[in-house]
Ligand binder design. Structure first.
Ligand SMILES: *[C@@H]1O[C@H](CO)[C@@H](O)[C@H](O)[C@H]1NC(C)=O
Ligand SMILES: *[C@@H]1O[C@H](CO)[C@@H](O)[C@H](O)[C@H]1NC(C)=O
Ligand SMILES: *[C@@H]1O[C@H](CO)[C@@H](O)[C@H](O)[C@H]1NC(C)=O
Ligand SMILES: *[C@@H]1O[C@H](CO)[C@@H](O)[C@H](O)[C@H]1NC(C)=O
Ligand SMILES: *[C@@H]1O[C@H](CO)[C@@H](O)[C@H](O)[C@H]1NC(C)=O
Ligand SMILES: *[C@@H]1O[C@H](CO)[C@@H](O)[C@H](O)[C@H]1NC(C)=O
Ligand SMILES: *[C@@H]1O[C@H](CO)[C@@H](O)[C@H](O)[C@H]1NC(C)=O
Ligand SMILES: *[C@@H]1O[C@H](CO)[C@@H](O)[C@H](O)[C@H]1NC(C)=O
Ligand SMILES: *[C@@H]1O[C@H](CO)[C@@H](O)[C@H](O)[C@H]1NC(C)=O
Ligand SMILES: *[C@@H]1O[C@H](CO)[C@@H](O)[C@H](O)[C@H]1NC(C)=O
Ligand SMILES: *[C@@H]1O[C@H](CO)[C@@H](O)[C@H](O)[C@H]1NC(C)=O
Ligand SMILES: *[C@@H]1O[C@H](CO)[C@@H](O)[C@H](O)[C@H]1NC(C)=O
Length: 587
């Protein structure tokens, strides 16, 4: 996880640098402007002790991207109130806000000098990597804090009980650290808290502490993946202001939810992966302000309670990966506000219920892995707002798809293993907003329609594992946005001069798989490096051409991509052409 986090940070840092470059001039100017106005009245507002504290804080960070270049001891940088991420009170000159969330630093620890910032109200250090150090005790003496965000900081060890003194705190986010909280009994002292996030802190199989229910000002409570077991404390019934409750990925008991009906202000409830077995609790239907409801992966069995028909505000319903009965969905048509519906992996058998086509506000519909059989209801043609449709891993009938062109907003269409047999319908080429199209493993035969040439937004095309036998791929060069192209296990033997005609014209292509496509050896006379020379910048990084009838002349073509290639799979090529390879190597 740590590695992933670092990648994310690097990405964010690059993104920030990029954004700064893009709008650099404008930001610089407006900064300039406001400062020059202030300069008329105030010269240097920064308080020297606080400046020294900030410099000490910076010394304990590695600022590889030089994001804190405005922080320094040079004469022109004297006013720390103008430093990046530093905000001072315009009355007292004290630093009141330090906002470094989303910058990319690594550090030893939070410098103890920071204790000088006694007027600090807002401290955001999220995503700064403090390298497995502990949260320092002294944070608890920054008693003016109203906002504290130490999310993703790579802290380990306990949460200091000195936090008890942060009685002004309204927002506390300690999520995504390797903290081992031994005792949180100081928490009730933070009675002003409206936002508490302890997600991914390991509570090692203990119960959710009762006293969290005494934080009656909470609007947001996030306890995702905390390794809590047992019941939800009945004290939660006191959290009547709560709007957003995330208890996902713990091991809770579904029996003791009596407190939850009191939470009638809830707009967002996530209980995914928190239960094992039982029916969906009926009372959820009484939380009539719900907008987002996530009940994925709870091993829920049986019907959807008819009380769900009361959830008329619901926009996002995720019931995926349970064992529900498709018979009892009568309540769902009432949910006409739904924009996102995920029923993936929740049913076993049956036809796709007709009423889904009446949820005309749907933008995202996931019906993957439901063993649905039979036709897709033609009422789906009413879902004209749909952007994302996933019907993969079912056993649907490929006939009667003529409603599909009505879904002109579609950007993502997942049909892997949804059908068995048939040809690709021409009209798929009319879905010109598509960015992602997968028809993987559908036993499709015949041509790839030339109407595909209209899919100029397409980035990802997967036609692999079918029995397609296209005469040509002349439409392919029109797909200039394509980054991923998967054609494995089709018969491309008649697609002749593939490298030149196709691939060199797809400037954004990153990944290409054409495994076992009966590719013929490229005709050697055409294969000269000059003819195949691509533009200097190539992006092709992942290529798999294994199990074809290639000859070593393929290397001439591949050499164009020598700067971008990361992975090259030519398995079975080597055994077939061992001697030819030796020739090249010896050359
Ligand atoms: C902004 O500040 C720079 C350096 O302090 C100065 O050269 C420039 O003239 C200023 N621009 C404006 C619009 O004040
Ligand atoms: C100080 O800042 C606050 C908000 O940033 C503003 O509303 C107020 O007018 C400012 N006061 C002075 C004296 O500039
Ligand atoms: C991070 O911690 C490791 C081991 O504790 C240490 O070797 C390394 O020098 C530290 N890195 C920084 C930047 O402090
Ligand atoms: C917290 O406050 C108490 C009482 O005001 C004080 O005795 C204690 O030293 C404080 N702890 C910290 C870490 O500031
Ligand atoms: C803390 O920072 C993270 C990362 O920027 C952000 O996702 C989260 O919403 C912040 N927490 C609060 C309470 O604002
Ligand atoms: C977690 O709990 C188990 C038993 O419940 C215990 O053996 C283990 O020491 C605990 N781990 C930590 C880090 O507290
Ligand atoms: C919270 O709920 C519990 C149990 O339901 C109750 O005994 C207690 O008095 C309540 N506390 C507050 C602060 O409302
Ligand atoms: C869920 O319950 C089933 C049987 O009811 C049991 O076999 C399984 O181990 C349980 N899984 C978890 C994660 O508790
Ligand atoms: C919710 O629905 C049930 C069954 O459909 C109904 O009996 C009940 O009165 C409804 N409750 C509310 C609060 O609307
Ligand atoms: C789905 O249904 C089929 C027959 O209807 C049955 O053989 C299979 O075990 C069921 N699968 C699950 C996961 O319930
Ligand atoms: C949806 O489509 C069906 C069949 O195409 C049609 O009969 C019905 O009137 C439509 N319903 C709505 C709500 O648009
Ligand atoms: C592309 O779409 C237009 C209409 O949008 C259609 O007339 C044309 O035949 C399509 N082109 C191909 C190659 O199918």
């Amino acid at each position: 996880m740590k590695g992933d986090g670092r990648c994310l940070k690097l990405f964010l840092a690059l993104l920030i640098l990029f954004l700064q470059n893009v709008k650099g001039g404008e930001v610089g100017h407006s900064h300039n402007h406001s400062h020059s106005l202030r300069d008329a009245k105030v010269t240097v507002r920064c308080i020297e002790r606080e400046r020294q504290a900030l410099l000490a804080f910076k010394r304990d960070l590695m600022d590889v991207f030089n994001q804190l270049s405005t922080w320094g001891s040079e004469a022109e940088k004297q006013d720390c109130c103008r430093w990046e991420g530093v905000y001072c009170s315009n009355q007292t000159g004290h630093v009141i806000q330090l906002d470094l969330g989303y910058y990319s630093f690594q550090g030893k620890m939070i410098s103890p000098k920071l204790i000088e910032l006694q007027h600090l109200q807002y401290l955001d250090l999220a995503f700064i990597d403090f390298n497995g150090s502990q949260i320092p005790d002294f944070i608890g003496s920054l008693t003016s804090l109203r906002y504290l965000n130490l999310s993703f900081c790579y802290f380990i060890g306990p949460i200091p009980s000195s936090f008890r003194n942060l009685t002004q705190l309204q927002h506390l986010d300690l999520s995504y650290n390797h903290l081992q909280p031994e005792n949180l009994n100081w928490l009730p002292a933070l009675s002003s808290l409206t936002y508490l996030d302890l997600s991914f802190i390991d509570f090692n199989g203990s119960r959710i502490p009762d006293f969290i229910g005494s934080l009656t000002n909470l609007r947001n409570l996030r306890l995702r993946s905390c390794h809590f077991i047992g019941p939800i404390p009945s004290s939660f019934g006191n959290l009547t202001q709560l709007q957003n409750l995330d208890l996902s990925y713990n091991q809770l008991q579904p029996e003791n939810l009596n407190c939850l009906p009191a939470l009638s202000s809830l707009t967002d409830l996530d209980l995914s992966g928190s239960f094992n077995g039982s029916q969906i609790p009926n009372f959820i239907g009484s939380l009539t302000n719900l907008r987002n409801l996530h009940l994925s992966s709870c091993h829920f069995i049986g019907p959807i309670p008819s009380s769900f028909g009361n959830l008329t505000q619901l926009q996002n319903l995720d019931l995926s990966y349970n064992q529900l009965q498709p018979e009892n969905l009568n309540c769902l048509p009432a949910l006409s506000s739904l924009t996102d519906l995920d029923l993936s992996g929740s049913f076993n058998g049956s036809q796709i219920p007709d009423f889904i086509g009446s949820l005309t506000n749907l933008r995202n519909l996931h019906l993957s892995s439901c063993h649905f059989i039979g036709p897709i209801p033609s009422s789906f043609g009413n879902l004209t707002q749909l952007q994302n449709l996933d019907l993969s891993y079912n056993q649907l009938q490929p006939e009667n798809l003529n409603w599909l062109p009505a879904l002109s907003s579609l950007t993502d269409l997942y049909l892997s293993r949804s059908f068995d047999g048939g040809q690709i319908p021409d009209f798929i080429g009319s879905l010109t907003n598509l960015r992602y199209l997968s028809l993987h493993f559908c036993n499709l035969v015949g041509q790839i329609p030339s109407s595909f040439g209209n899919l100029t937004q397409l980035q990802h095309l997967d036609l692999s594992y079918n029995h397609l036998q296209p005469e040509n791929l002349n439409w392919l060069p029109a797909l200039s946005s394509l980054t991923n192209l998967h054609l494995s296990r089709n018969n491309l033997s008649t697609v002749f001069n593939w490298p030149e005609a196709i691939l060199n014209k797809l400037p954004k292509l990153v990944a290409l798989t054409m495994v076992n496509c009966s590719l013929p050896p490229p005709p050697t006379p055409i294969l000269s490096t000059t003819l195949y020379k691509t533009n200097s910048s190539t992006s092709l990084a992942y290529v798999s051409l294994s199990d074809n009838h290639l000859t070593s002349s393929i290397f001439l073509w591949l050499s164009n991509y020598s700067t971008s290639l990361v992975t090259l799979d030519l398995s079975n090529f080597w055994t077939m052409l061992n001697r030819a390879l030796n020739l090249i190597v010896n050359d």
